[in-house]
Design a protein. Structure first.
Length: 90
């Protein structure tokens, strides 16, 4: 149960960080470009992690299902955080 609460807290932190970045992008037109750069770099890092999974996974000492679950959780936290800020009207 401790591990589930710990991982849930990290997931919520990712959602909060993503919604903060989206909120900053909606706050000022100059920050809108910065927001897109952060999102593009995040998705590029996720794509690179997906392509280099055979090299990265042993370094992190994760099993294959855990590694892909981590990638899915990061991607969904980024998407959910940005969507939440967009839905609220920011």
């Amino acid at each position: 149960m401790d591990k589930a609460v710990h991982l849930g807290a990290w997931f919520l932190l990712g959602c909060i960080a993503s919604s903060f970045v989206a909120w900053l992008g909606a706050l000022h037109p100059a920050l809108f470009r910065v927001m897109w750069v952060i999102y593009i770099m995040s998705f590029a890092a996720l794509a690179l992690a997906l392509v280099t999974d055979d090299a990265v996974r042993p370094f992190l000492k994760l099993s294959e299902p855990d590694y892909y679950a981590l990638l899915i959780a990061i991607a969904s936290a980024i998407v959910l955080g940005g969507m939440l800020s967009w839905l609220i009207g920011g």
